[in-house]
Design a protein around this ligand. Structure first.
Ligand SMILES: Cc1ncc(COP(=O)(O)O)c(C=O)c1O
Length: 447
């Protein structure tokens, strides 16, 4: 069970979620198969989900929520979209996996190359983590170098060498890295503060030559922290100047912030692109893409080894194709408008409820509410926020039927299934939640 001063489990002990959690703790470490799901950062126990439809979730106790986690990004059309379901069912009826190529893989790879200007070819994996591993191996093979530069607060999956000062679950749990990472893997990584040109210059000028500069071009794993003007261009410039490859991790931003991802939105091109989430439409999929001469280094056309029993799985490919087919220019306009309305409404809600100091950072299809008096530009700023107030606010939201990411080191994922009515319902709940957190703050202050 959750522990600590913010625990609000007393009224939840008789629920089916609580019972499942008790059983889960016996057989699954921490009761969950991925750490942030445990909701420890907001001081409560997890909600077990029964089903989802569109923008809504229903838990095993029958509580309904407007869902802003949406499986952490893949569900850009919400839960159980009929087209995606039909595509998956059709594919499943023909067989779930063959370990041999299928037509859908060619279609999906072609569709991605149409959308992402820097992707001539791609190799599929079953997760973003695997795609990152492949990208690093390719970059090292292509450059004959080992050192990798990454940014504090970025998360690229649970890859040994990239866990140092990672965002997402590590930042949520306050872990600087992880036991079990070999010293050699950590030593081959240089961590640079995001949005810090001097630190980037220093890291790419001195020391071992760099194989790759790896970045989330629009970071969303320390919360949403956009690059300052010129910072992505500097990444490109430093890669070119030093002979390193620029690797953009678009696992979150890909097909979300724009049809062609962050590279289209920001106008900066990567040598290799890591893709995931929306690519599999809610089923397990990832990919690494890039220039043909780099991708052709992969076995069997080259000698850089990479493989996967379920890579390019027909169900994931079908879900990905159906998901992308629905993502036209109109869809991107709708998603951007819904996100802007939500972001503006959350700012208003904080102001209405007593001027609680928050910064709402948003990009099309992504946002984070930072409990901070000043804008957040990097991981240190994100850590300096009032995380207790954020936690209390998230608990209040949950109790009012809004399922927000249970950590400030994550993004909200509004989807195309979120209607104006969902947004208004969310804003009503948010206003009440801000007011409630404000009262708690006053009580603590008064006490
Ligand atoms: C930017 C980014 N890269 C990589 C990953 C790892 O992807 P996966 O969880 O599919 O291994 C994530 C996961 O959240 C991510 O947000």
């Amino acid at each position: 069970m959750a522990t600590g001063p913010d625990v609000v489990t007393a009224s939840l002990t008789d629920t089916r979620s609580a019972e499942l959690y008790r059983r889960a703790l016996e057989v699954i470490p921490g009761g969950v198969n991925s750490p942030v799901r445990a909701m420890q950062a907001i001081g409560r126990d997890p909600v077990f989900v029964e089903r989802g439809a569109g923008a809504e979730l229903v838990d095993v106790d029958g509580n309904r929520y407007v869902d802003y986690v949406c499986s952490w990004g893949p569900l850009i059309h919400g839960h159980a979209h009929p087209d995606v379901l039909a595509a998956v069912c059709d594919a499943a009826a023909r067989g779930t996996s063959f370990g041999a190529p299928t037509p859908g893989e060619v279609e999906l790879a072609t569709e991605v190359t149409r959308r992402m200007a820097t992707v001539d070819m791609l190799r599929m994996t079953s997760s973003g983590t695997e795609a990152t591993m492949t990208a690093l191996r390719l970059a090292r093979a292509a450059t004959g170098r080992e050192r990798v530069v990454k940014f504090a607060g970025a998360y690229h999956g649970h890859v040994d060498g990239l866990l140092a000062q990672a965002g997402s679950g590590l930042a949520t749990q306050g872990l600087p890295s992880s036991p079990g990472v070999p010293a050699s893997a950590a030593a081959a990584t240089t961590v640079v503060a995001w949005n810090d040109p001097d630190a980037l210059l220093a890291a790419t000028t001195a020391g071992e030559p760099v194989a790759a500069i790896v970045a989330e071009p629009l970071p969303a794993n320390m919360g949403v922290v956009a690059p300052r003007d010129g910072f992505l261009e500097l990444l490109r410039e430093r890669a070119d100047a030093t002979g390193a490859l620029l690797v953009f991790d678009e696992v979150i931003s890909g097909f979300r912030v724009a049809r062609g991802g962050a590279q289209e939105l920001m106008g900066v091109e990567a040598d290799l692109t890591i893709i995931g989430k929306i690519l599999g439409g809610g089923l397990p999929a990832g990919a690494v893409g890039g220039r043909a001469e780099l991708l052709r280094m992969l076995a069997p056309s080259g000698d850089v080894y990479q493989a996967g029993t379920l890579s390019g799985n027909p169900l994931a490919v079908a879900a990905g194709l159906a998901t992308l087919a629905l993502l036209d220019e109109h869809a991107y306009m709708r998603l951007a408008t819904a996100t802007e309305r939500l972001a503006a409404g959350l700012r208003e809600a904080a102001a209405t409820a007593g001027g609680y100091p928050v910064q709402v950072a948003s990009l099309p299809g992504l946002l984070t509410v930072f409990f901070s008096e000043r804008p957040v530009a990097n991981l240190a700023d994100a850590r300096a926020c009032d995380l207790r107030a954020h936690a209390a606010w998230c608990r209040e939201l949950l109790s009012r039927g809004v399922y927000a990411p249970p950590s400030q080191f994550e993004a909200w994922f509004p989807s195309l299934a979120h209607t104006p009515e969902h947004v208004e319902r969310t804003l009503d709940a948010a206003t009440a939640a801000f007011a409630s957190v404000g009262r708690m703050r006053e009580e603590v202050g008064a006490g």
